[in-house]
Design a protein. Structure first.
Length: 524
């Protein structure tokens, strides 16, 4: 008599994988992506041991009446102020509430390049737009400066930079050179320094920044970097461009040019440039560019996740900012050809260098003021970010697709076929968020359906069980969500979606139980 004999040896094996603390990966192929990475990581922040939902946002000041295209900070000690530029006016938005009267009206440009500068008289926020005369603001008084000695109009200045705290360097439209004022001066006579004899690629000057490095291998040195439209970076050291004894060319370097008038930022001791190839540290351009080695981009792991937006490099808003309170480096990216379109932010954990992406913060500009993060919007609002667990009154939708995993049990099974029974997500929340999950097998796109009103075939309501669909275990803030699948394949990727519903959420790990397809023996 023929019969099936059950092999009672252990067949199902548990595999525990960490949440995607390695961050967003748009560079590596799905077949060989590290298990700790994710190829979708929206509104989840990869931390050292957990992946957490990002903070929310709340209106701070509304009613500007036009896009807020710049947020600038007057950092005057106890008298620090946050200024919003929009609709041809400037507003003090340091305090939340109703929009007050404009500090300055009748302006043309709202896209500001600025710097702080001090002299014996006061501290100033200096700024240019390329359409207005350069301004100086001391926290109380707004001054439209008077600059003489310029070739062309004073309203054509697009950038201002304070080098070593001594004098202001000025950028003018379509000029391959810069103007500089006297020591400590905020206006008056300007002299011109021509860079066209030094620059080999031509073009025009986009901006000026500083870069700190070791000089002669022992003492720190602060260099000034002149960035051109042709991707040429000319570096000088010294203090007085009119004196050859105290002003010297260090070198010239080549890479992609910065995007826009704010396509660079300083972080720690380095200068970072946002360009068509990604985000690169100037130290990489300077050292590896000279040696001929491949340059390593800070954003290299983002790959196509960032590169897909480079087609919008002419849209206002490209910028980077360090946000120490959130332990993040944030790069603002427009996703459309106009400022009315959506914006995303790529955020890097400054401890682990792991990336993620933020959506629904449609900020044209960002600023850190009193340690808190703010952004301005196309509909005339100033928004406080990283606040609470909702965006205004809307839930934050968080999406994560972890790398495909072969779940090798250590015995060389590797890509053998398996029967995936269920997955358990270990999560923690300070409320009752909604979750939905799926296990995508053999490269499929099985999108989980997220519901915030109850359960469906793939959604789960916090701490509520539904027979044969999901099961919750645990108590209080820490829960284990177990979801059955019953899929067969050799590789699988967990897909976890969450709606915060006003709650912060931490994802610790995922436990997948699978059975290798060799557990039945046919006997006679």
């Amino acid at each position: 008599m023929d019969f099936f004999k059950v092999n009672r040896a252990r067949k199902s094996m548990p595999f525990t994988m960490p949440a995607p603390v390695g961050g967003l990966n748009g560079r590596d192929g799905l077949a060989d992506m590290p298990a700790k990475d994710a190829f979708v990581l929206d509104n989840w922040i990869p931390n050292n041991t957990t992946v957490d939902t990002r903070g929310g946002s709340a209106n701070w000041v509304t009613g500007v009446g036009a896009p807020v295209e710049s947020l600038e900070v007057f950092a005057g000690g106890a008298a620090s102020k946050l200024l919003a530029f929009g609709n041809g006016s400037v507003y003090d938005v340091s305090l939340t509430g109703a929009l007050g009267a404009a500090i300055k009206s009748g302006r043309v440009g709202n896209k500001v390049s600025s710097c702080m500068f001090s002299n014996a008289g006061a501290q100033y926020l200096m700024g240019c737009t390329g359409s207005d005369v350069m301004f100086a603001y001391d926290g109380t008084t707004w001054t439209d400066t008077t600059i003489t000695g310029l070739t062309g109009l004073a309203t054509t200045l697009t950038g201002v930079f304070a080098f070593k705290g001594q004098r202001l360097f000025l950028v003018q439209k379509n000029q391959l050179g810069f103007y500089y004022l006297g020591v400590g001066a905020i206006q008056g006579a300007a002299a011109y320094f021509d860079l066209s004899q030094v620059c080999r690629r031509g073009g025009y000057l986009i901006g000026i920044a500083s870069y700190s490095a070791e000089s002669s291998g022992s003492t720190p040195a602060d260099y000034v970097v002149f960035m051109t439209s042709e991707g040429e970076y000319v570096v000088y050291t010294g203090t007085d461009p009119s004196n050859a004894a105290t002003w010297a060319l260090v070198g010239r370097y080549y890479s992609s040019p910065p995007i826009g008038r704010k396509g660079w930022f300083n972080f720690r001791s380095d200068l970072f440039i946002i360009c068509d190839e990604g985000i690169i540290a100037f130290s990489e351009i300077r050292t590896n560019g000279e040696s001929g080695k491949d340059i390593e981009y800070v954003s290299a792991k983002l790959g196509t996740a960032l590169a897909q937006y480079m087609v919008n490099n002419a849209t206002h808003g490209w910028s980077g900012i360090s946000y120490p309170r959130g332990n993040l480096l944030i790069v603002n990216v427009p996703t459309a050809a106009t400022t009315a379109g959506e914006y995303v932010q790529f955020a890097m954990n400054t401890d682990t260098n792991a990336w993620c992406r933020f959506t629904k913060w449609n900020g044209l500009c960002f600023a850190v003021f009193n340690r808190r993060l703010f952004f301005g919007t196309s509909d005339g609002r100033i928004v406080l970010a990283d606040e609470g667990n909702k965006d205004l009154s809307l839930d934050i939708i968080c999406d994560a697709r972890q790398a495909f995993n072969y779940f090798d049990d250590g015995h060389g099974s590797g890509d053998a076929d398996k029967h995936f029974h269920f997955a358990t997500f270990i999560v923690q929340a300070d409320g009752t968020p909604a979750l939905a999950s799926s296990l995508c097998v053999n490269w499929e796109d099985d999108q989980p359906t997220l519901t915030t009103t109850g359960l469906d075939a793939s959604g789960a309501q916090w701490d509520v069980s539904s027979w044969d669909v999901t099961d919750w275990a645990g108590s209080g803030a820490t829960q284990q969500l177990t979801v059955p699948y019953g899929k067969i394949g050799y590789v699988a990727s967990p897909w976890l979606r969450a709606s915060t519903l006003g709650s912060g959420l931490k994802w610790f790990a995922t436990r997948v139980v699978a059975e290798k397809l060799n557990g039945l023996i046919l006997s006679s």
